[in-house]
Structure formats: C-alpha cells, structure tokens
Write a protein that binds this ligand. Structure first.
Ligand SMILES: C[S@@+](CC[C@H](N)C(=O)[O-])C[C@H]1O[C@@H](n2cnc3c(N)ncnc32)[C@H](O)[C@@H]1O
Length: 275
C-alpha cells in the first residue's frame, strides 16, 4: 500500500468503521494482555470471560510467548528472513518485526489484519530497521490470493517465508474453510517456507467452554476452540519440526515457564514445506 493510500484508508476507517458498541477480538486480546487500546465494551467482554475462566490471561500470555520463541527460532535457526503474520492484533511489546529484526536486521515482515483499530495503530508496526522492511495489509484472511498478491510487493515469494497464525484460526469456524486458507497461502510460498500455529487445546475445561460460549453470544466474532486432531490437519503435507505440536510452553522453552503450569494451555507447532 502506498503512503498516500495508507493514510487515506486509515483516516476513512478511523472515521467510519471503529465500532465501540460491540466487542472486538483484537481489542479484547489487547485488554487481556494489559494494553490500553480497547473500549469499555471490550473490557466488559474481557472481564466476563475472565470471571468464568481466569486462565484466559495465561492463555493470552502463553500465545505471545510462543509467537516470540517461534519467530526467534525461524530467524535464528531456520534462517527465515521474510514473514507473513496473519491476524497480527494491536501493536504490543515485541511485535513480530521487532523479534525477527533483533536477530536479522534485514528481515522483511508483512502484517495482515482486518480490524480497523489495528489499521489505525499500524504505524507502530511499520517501524522497521533501515536494513529490513515492514508492511501492513488491511484485509480479511478469507482472501489468501489478495494476501499473496499484496505480500509480493514486499517479499520475494520465490524465497522461503515464515507464515504465522497466532490465536486467529479459531475465527474461522469451518475446519475445511480454515484448512483451505492455510493451504492456499502455503501453496503460494516457496519450498523451505514454514508454518507456525498457536491455537487449540488438548484439554478443555468446562469453565473455558462456558466462557467461550458467553463470548460468542456477546456480539464478538465467535472463536472456535479446536482439538489437537483438528489442529494437526492444518499441517498436512508439511514436516512438523521437533518437538511437534505440543502445549505452547513446552515448545522449545526459554525462560517463560509459568509455574505452576496452567491447566489449559494452547497448542503450538511449526512445520516446514519441503517441496
Ligand atoms: C486473538 S487476536 C490475536 C492477535 C495476535 N496474533 C497475538 O497473538 O497477539 C486475533 C486477531 O485476528 C484478527 N482477525 C480476526 N478475524 C480476522 C480475519 N477474518 N482476517 C484477518 N484478521 C482477523 C483480529 O482482528 C485480531 O487482531
């Protein structure tokens, strides 16, 4: 997106699309992470969830922890220099480009989200190192062709890309549809590309199920809580790297172990496209 087009779209969205009457996923998530970019309607929805299932605050932190470790792994150990972060969320501490560019200052990152407030704050995602670059695509993940076309302005799609979905695939309720989006994006990426996902659960507590039901009934875009089997199907045709699809804190842990371990933990995994 050119600077002019970006500024125009940002202004238009700010004026017309930020709806503070219904809770939004990006804003509730920001509230759970301790951010300030949210409205009373998001705080009320977030508080209601946390009252029924207090572990949601750990889940949000564990997902961000997985994002950081997986981006570090991709940049440092897999040699990835290009990223597409789908369902970016509101800017926070350690956005994908900051984590990647600390290891590889020349890393190029494309962010994708469809929330108008994320677009309004996207300037904080466009703070690349001089050697690298970042871009923001304001679109719906249901449009993988648009994402690939727009990403190609910033990334060389003949070279490997790290494609990340952190706490976002549940916004697509139908398993086949979600899989087809992941597959369409991976099909457009070069061999050597990696897919990183944090989502789904081995164990679902009754409190989590109830909290999610209330959330889904409360006007936010619903979020499907997937099982391990459903999650595994997103990696079909790819080589899942060690340690496999595991509770996020167990995926190549560094120092972020929460003790005692929360009863409900999101699953995380990374796979590589070999050909
Ligand atoms: C739970 S937040 C996760 C944010 C971030 N990935 C993280 O881990 O902190 C989900 C994000 O997905 C975005 N999202 C939801 N549906 C989307 C869609 N159809 N297309 C693109 N982004 C979407 C929301 O706006 C929100 O920013």
């Amino acid at each position: 997106m050119s600077d002019d087009a970006f500024a125009w779209q940002k202004a238009e969205n700010e004026l017309t699309e930020i709806d503070t009457s219904v809770p939004h996923s990006a804003r509730i998530w920001n509230y759970w992470l301790g951010g300030k970019d949210n409205f009373p309607v998001d705080q009320a929805a977030g508080d209601q969830y946390a009252q029924t299932f207090p572990g949601i605050l750990d889940l949000a932190r564990l997902t961000r922890g997985f994002l950081k470790r997986s981006v570090r792994f991709l940049a440092r150990e897999a040699g990835i220099r290009q990223f597409i972060d789908v369902g970016t969320g509101l800017p926070t501490i350690d956005n994908t480009h900051e984590v990647a560019q600390r290891i590889a200052p020349d890393a190029r990152i494309v962010y994708v989200d469809n929330d108008p407030l994320v677009l309004a704050h996207a300037h904080a995602l466009l703070t690349s190192t001089p050697q690298g670059t970042t871009d923001y695509i304001d679109t719906d993940m249901h449009r993988p062709d648009t994402i690939l076309e727009a990403a190609a302005r910033t990334l060389d799609l003949d070279r490997p890309v790290g494609l990340t979905f952190m706490g976002v695939l549940g916004h697509i309720a139908d398993d086949g549809e979600a899989r087809s989006i992941v597959t369409a994006l991976m099909d457009g990426l070069a061999p050597g590309s990696h897919l990183a996902i944090c989502d789904g659960y081995d164990v679902l507590s009754p409190e989590l199920l109830q909290a999610q039901q209330d959330y889904d009934d409360g006007g936010s875009v619903p979020y499907k809580l997937r099982s391990r089997e459903q999650l595994e199907s997103f990696f079909t045709g790819l080589e899942l790297l060690p340690p496999g699809l595991v509770p996020a804190p167990q995926w190549r842990p560094e120092t972020e172990i929460i003790s005692p371990a929360p009863q409900v933990q999101p699953l995380g995994g990374i796979a590589v496209k070999n050909r």
